[in-house]
Design a protein around this ligand. Structure first.
Ligand code: NAP
Length: 245
């Protein structure tokens, strides 16, 4: 296959959907995932209606079997992905005092352990291909912390260490590993913030607006491009100045 295959997890909506479409419009053969058949159908319809080449698959990033089935499916049809965008994520906010084990474990599993599972499952084929790009979607709160999000901040901070370590392990194989830390982006995830929370937030953002999914997708496009071939182990913060690392 001439076209590189890009796998984007959690592409049914929000940031993942924007990344999927940005990569497809740049000429990559894209595979986008959702946790349900209906989500996958929605992804497929959107790809088809835009005339993009690619496929939608069901994937649960917390389940080894699901990852194996998804990757086998991709390999049989298109060949192994050389671009992996670890985007899928969830929040289950609570003050630590009230946090349930399930809220802690689900968030760590979905946001952080998924990076371990997916990256490990994809990197052997990237090594064979002698090229690869892994982009991990973290969050500003992984750097700044946020009351009520100990689980989410811990997972997102873990991504920084994971990214730097893996970048050191596989840089010599022509594979780059980077992270993006979005600030507050307009998606289903931030729709959950109430009006007071949104107002308080806006007063702290020098650019005076929430980010758009395109702000993130454009940076992903750059990181997977030839132009970014010497950038690895880095985090790009995209937050309108909310937090300056
Ligand atoms: P979103 O709109 O809530 O979408 C989340 C995506 O992840 C959906 O496609 C969802 O699939 C998928 N997903 C959830 N659990 C999954 C699982 N177990 N296995 C596979 N896929 C799963 O989220 P978003 O706002 O676009 O966020 C995308 C990423 O950016 C996340 O990692 C998030 O933490 C990070 N981020 C977001 C913001 C923000 O302001 N929005 C800020 C910083 C970082 P289904 O549709 O099937 O449920």
């Amino acid at each position: 296959m001439d076209k590189q295959v890009a796998l984007v997890t959690g592409a049914s909506r929000g940031i993942g959907k924007a990344i999927l479409h940005a990569l497809a419009s740049d000429g990559y053969l894209v595979v986008g995932t959702a946790t349900s058949e209906s989500g996958a159908n929605t992804i497929q319809e959107a790809l088809n209606s835009n005339g993009y080449e690619g496929q939608a698959l069901v994937l649960d990033v917390t389940q080894d079997d699901s990852i194996k089935a998804c990757l086998n499916n991709i390999k049989e049809k298109y060949g192994a992905p050389t671009i992996l965008i670890n985007n899928a994520g969830i929040t289950k906010d609570n003050l630590l005092m009230r946090m349930k084990d399930e809220e802690w474990n689900d968030v760590i599993n979905t946001n952080l352990s998924s990076m371990y599972r997916l990256s490990k499952a994809c990197m052997r084929d990237m090594m064979k291909a002698k090229t690869g790009r892994i982009v991990n979607i973290s969050s500003v709160v992984g750097a700044s912390g946020n009351a009520g999000q100990t689980n989410y901040s811990a997972a997102k901070a873990g991504i920084f260490g994971f990214t730097k370590s893996l970048a050191q392990e596989i840089g010599s194989r022509g594979i780059t590993v980077n992270a993006i830390a979005p600030g507050f982006i307009e998606t289903d995830m931030t729709d959950e913030l109430n009006e007071d929370q949104q107002k308080a937030l806006m007063s702290k953002i020098p650019m005076g607006r929430m980010g758009s999914v395109k702000d993130i997708a454009e940076a992903v496009k750059f990181l997977v491009s030839e132009s970014a071939g010497y950038i690895t182990g880095e985090t790009i913060h995209i937050n309108g100045g909310l937090y300056m690392a």
